[in-house]
Design a protein around this ligand. Structure first.
Ligand code: C5P
Length: 407
């Protein structure tokens, strides 16, 4: 039985019939030695009482954002940050919608917005509410924001319907909590990882540019995984609309030349991963004025090839110990990747199919093939986060072979 002594959990109880299971969850957490602070939403107070929960937790139960005595004892910001983990159980449809949209109109939602800790949500709602498109969107947003979800289970519901929507049982939630509170292996502590991501923008005139459809999602996921394994992580990013992953230093750039300059300034590094979809060409002379239609001939744009950032860094005197390239191909994916490995001087190519039907551009999933001198390894279709985690664990093992990447 893993002890949770010294760990502190902030349990946020939403207003649903499953709130009664919070008692058992608190009891289990206390048995393991955890400190449990509890926030009840207004609706939750209809199902459970602060008195019963504080008797079990041995702590004061918090209910109101505007209670002066609560704020004096422990401000809502401190309440959300003093915990090692925030658990929302039951996470009702309403509470999840608030979390997904960043609403903060009561103590529970304010604490959830103010926390800098990992969050685990145990959804509980009617089966139709769970399968509603709005809830599906909210769950996707929450996962995207890094919230972990446990359950819901399938079964008979309090309302008499049957299907998924029952809150995970307290012991299932406890298992997820123990997993999340496990000390994480940091095989890349003391190492520096450089990642490029997103598209580049090559200006034509003050309002137009050449670019591409890269969303930056795979590169951002890799940066998040690298930081999670303890690396000092620098992400040189073209224009994307993605949140900055925790613990990652983002250097925003526009053009390929700017991306190269920043990368050259960041080496030496231990690992460099080039996921950016760098524009192949730039316009030789950017017009300082907006180009105007003349009613006649279209302007002639003279293009020049951009520097190859990956090849430049891979061949520099300060070459990183491991250089990884990406190969976005629409046909003969692995054959082209094998050629690229040689041509660009990298140790590993992550090849993926970006043909229109693959859904890779902008999507959340990826099917990749790892190409190195020792051969080709086909990975199954996975989320971009899973690809990132697996890739970083592999690179960590290559860099520090004696260490096991993840325990
Ligand atoms: O040659 P191609 O664009 O297919 O190569 C893809 C790989 O090279 C990716 O890892 C990409 O980030 C990198 N690259 C680069 N600079 C360029 C072009 C590609 O770093 N100018």
């Amino acid at each position: 039985m893993t002890s949770l002594a010294g760990k502190s959990v902030l349990l946020i109880v939403g207003g649903g019939i499953a709130a009664y299971k919070a008692h058992e969850l608190v009891r289990l957490l206390k048995t393991r030695g955890a400190t449990v602070r509890i926030i009840l939403t207004k609706a939750a107070e209809q199902f459970v009482t602060p008195l019963s929960l504080s008797s079990l937790s041995g702590e004061k139960v918090y209910t109101s954002l505007f209670s002066l005595t609560d704020e004096i004892e422990m401000g809502h910001i401190q309440l959300s940050r003093s915990a090692d983990l925030v658990v929302v159980a039951p996470a009702t449809a309403d509470l999840m919608a608030k979390m997904a949209h960043g609403l903060a109109d009561d103590l529970a939602s304010t604490a959830l917005l103010a926390t800098d800790k990992r969050v685990l949500a145990a959804p509980a709602m009617n089966v139709r509410m769970w399968s509603h498109a709005a809830t599906e969107r909210n769950v996707e947003s929450l996962k995207h924001d890094g919230v972990s979800i446990v359950g819901p289970n399938e079964g008979e519901m309090a309302c008499g319907e049957f299907g998924p929507g029952r809150m995970a049982e307290p012991n299932q939630i406890l298992t997820a909590i123990v997993e999340m509170l496990k000390p994480r292996a940091q095989p890349l502590a003391g190492k520096k990882v450089l990642i490029t991501a997103g598209p580049t923008r090559e200006p034509i005139d003050p309002v137009r540019f050449i670019s591409n459809h890269s969303s930056g999602k795979q590169g951002y996921a890799i940066a998040k995984a690298a930081a999670g394994l303890g690396a000092e992580t620098v992400l040189v990013s073209g224009p994307v609309s993605l949140p900055i992953p925790p613990g990652v230093q983002v250097m925003p750039v526009e053009t390929a030349q700017e991306m190269l300059d920043i990368c050259e300034g960041e080496i030496p590094v231990d690992i460099a991963i080039f996921t950016a979809a760098v524009a192949d060409w730039r316009v030789v002379t950017e017009s300082s004025e907006k180009l105007k239609k003349t009613g006649g001939a279209a302007p002639n744009l003279t293009l020049a090839e951009n520097p190859d950032i990956l090849a430049t860094i891979a061949r520099s005197a300060k070459r990183p110990r491991i250089v990884v390239g990406f190969a976005a191909e629409t046909e003969h994916v692995t054959e082209h990747a094998v050629q690229k490995l040689e041509k660009k001087g990298c140790d590993l190519i992550v090849a993926n199919d970006v043909s229109r039907t693959s859904g890779v551009f902008g999507g959340d999933r990826n099917t990749v093939h790892l190409v190195s001198v020792s051969g080709v390894e086909d990975w199954p279709n996975m989320s971009k986060d899973e690809v990132a985690q697996k890739l970083m664990e592999r690179l960590a093992q290559m860099l520090v072979p004696q260490q096991k990447a993840v325990e």
